[in-house]
Design a protein around this ligand. Structure first.
Ligand SMILES: [Ca+2]
Length: 535
């Protein structure tokens, strides 16, 4: 058992871009605030206490881990991340009781993020860099042939669930998988002792395996029923609960009573859809029910609770400068299956970030991330250095005391930063590699092939069709409006050299010349963004 925090334990207020706390893990619970001011002598005192109370500490079990992943929820789509229209009281409370990572990055769409989270590897190594086949979009008119996309997470990779299960955890997953639809790739074969997969519809949904549910039930509620039941049954041992919601992905369907609640509420900025607000509210209700179950079982302090989204929000495409939304334009577009208007609008807005889901500008890849561990992670804190999907796997391994997987891990454990034991990570850069195309309607592309490095305040993108570079200082220009590649050539070259070296190190596959487009150069200008599927 973890010892409850003493009532006089008080943590200093959060800083916006870093954590300067000295939180001493379980020892701090025992001895209270005194230890918070005595960092240099902690190792000695820790040894003394261990000698005195050895059996007590030895009996500690590793924490339970809950990871709730929303689908397509944008960086500003939570109250705790700035929305003035959507209402997320439970997730906001989670953030108030824990730490927000304000500069956290996933991939630009679903499958590659999940592949990176579950394997701990960049897409440059797994081969999963987008959703589905390269033929989802009309790349044939473009100068490059995309790299074929790997749609299943190789069975040669261990998932974090595999590793935690081997370390003695009870493991479960309920929700969207997206790492292979055949039985041998089902999450129940990838480390999750219990697994029910569902995505595609919010009502009248199908599950793998087939599972009965009340007629008319909303998918988020069904998944939450399974989650709280799993916690109830596994409260006596460490457990891993992965709850990847299909909400708030299109189709935009929500519970009528929640839609009605938002119908009379005035929108704020680009946040104004009652249906989308209701979908977010359902994800928030889910988080609230899981939190309530932990409270009921007195497990909150023994549980690391993580909340994130898999990619940026769907919207912001009609703002070429990344800041100004054209009034009314979004209303004219026909909603496509993926939730992207044919004329480039969207269901939400990621302002102040540029663009949205499917783009490698910040609106597509920067996502909300919250971690709560009462008494361990400082309440109300935030960390602002660049972090990424690949950091989750090593973080979970360290939390669980689990062994490393077979494959190379690309990330770094965030635990020292989360616990306030380190002001920053050792690593100073994160990367992305997208050797393909994502369309957004005729003539519009959410992205063309691109790789990027994000180091400190700087982000360099190399667009692979013509090799042009874009350099942004995100500290001064979060909306990515001023390309500094020509005015700061030394910085551009330094980062480009590092990006090229990283591609070489990871064996990143590169797109190849599209011979058909070369034969008909005029086709390059027409570039239809044919849509075939969602995500
Ligand atoms: Ca998604």
């Amino acid at each position: 058992m973890i010892i409850p925090a003493t009532s006089h334990l008080r943590l200093p207020p959060a800083t916006r871009n870093g954590c300067n706390y000295v939180v001493t893990g379980q020892l701090s619970h025992k001895v209270g605030v005194t230890f918070l001011t005595m960092r240099p002598v902690l190792p000695v005192l820790g040894l003394l206490l261990a000698a005195l109370f050895g059996p007590l500490f030895a009996a500690d079990r590793p924490p339970n881990i809950i990871f709730v992943l929303a689908d397509d929820l944008g960086w500003t789509d939570l109250g705790a991340f700035g929305s003035k229209y959507y209402e997320t009281p439970n997730i906001d409370r989670l953030a108030a009781q824990g730490m927000r990572l304000t500069n956290h990055h996933h991939c630009q769409n679903c499958a590659p993020t999940r592949s990176a989270l579950l394997s701990g590897q960049y897409g440059a190594r797994t081969g999963t860099y987008t959703v589905g086949s390269i033929d989802r979009f009309d790349w044939q008119t473009r100068p490059l042939r995309p790299v074929d996309n790997v749609t299943k997470l190789s069975l040669e990779r261990d998932t974090f669930a595999d590793q935690l299960r081997k370390a003695g955890y009870a493991t479960a997953m309920f929700g969207k998988w997206h790492l292979g639809g055949t039985p041998d790739y089902h999450p129940s074969k990838r480390g999750f002792e219990e697994a029910i997969e569902s995505e595609g519809r919010h009502f009248d949904f199908e599950t793998k395996p087939k599972t009965a549910y009340p007629q008319g039930q909303y998918l988020a509620d069904f998944l939450t029923d399974k989650a709280v039941d799993f916690i109830q049954r596994n409260q006596a041992k460490p457990f891993l609960l992965y709850l990847p919601h299909f909400g708030v992905h299109s189709p935009f369907q929500a519970k009528p009573e929640l839609i009605a609640k938002f119908k009379g509420k005035p929108g704020a900025g680009g946040h104004n859809s009652p249906t989308y607000a209701a979908m977010i509210a359902s994800v928030d209700e889910s988080v609230g029910r899981v939190m309530a179950k932990l409270d009921e079982l007195k497990l909150a302090e023994d549980t690391v609770f993580i909340f994130a989204s898999d990619n940026g929000g769907v919207g912001g495409y009609d703002r070429p400068d990344g800041l100004i939304r054209e009034p009314g334009k979004e209303a004219k577009g026909k909603k496509a299956k993926a939730g992207v208007d044919e004329d480039g609008g969207g269901i939400t807005d990621n302002t102040p970030l540029r663009s949205g889901k499917g783009s490698l500008y910040e609106g597509g890849i920067r996502v909300p991330f919250i971690v709560r561990w009462p008494g361990k992670v400082a309440a109300g804190s935030a960390h602002g250095a660049p972090t990424a999907h690949v950091d989750l796997f090593p973080t979970l391994l360290e939390l669980a005391g689990a062994a490393k997987p077979r494959q190379t891990l690309d990330g770094e454990s965030l635990l020292p930063v989360m616990l306030g034991k380190a002001p920053s990570l050792k690593r100073d850069a994160i990367f992305q590699h997208f050797p393909g195309y994502l369309g957004s309607g005729p003539g519009l592309w959410r992205t063309t092939p691109v790789s990027l490095i994000h180091a400190g305040d700087w982000k360099l993108m190399e667009y692979l069709e013509d090799g042009h570079l874009e350099l942004y200082n995100l500290k001064d220009d979060l909306g990515e409006t001023k390309n500094l590649a020509t005015t700061q050539p030394d910085k551009a070259k330094e980062l480009h050299d590092r990006l090229v070296a990283w591609r070489k190190e990871t064996g990143a596959p590169m797109p190849t010349p599209n011979k058909k487009a070369e034969a008909a150069p005029s086709a390059k200008k027409t570039g239809k963004g044919k849509k075939k599927a969602g995500a």
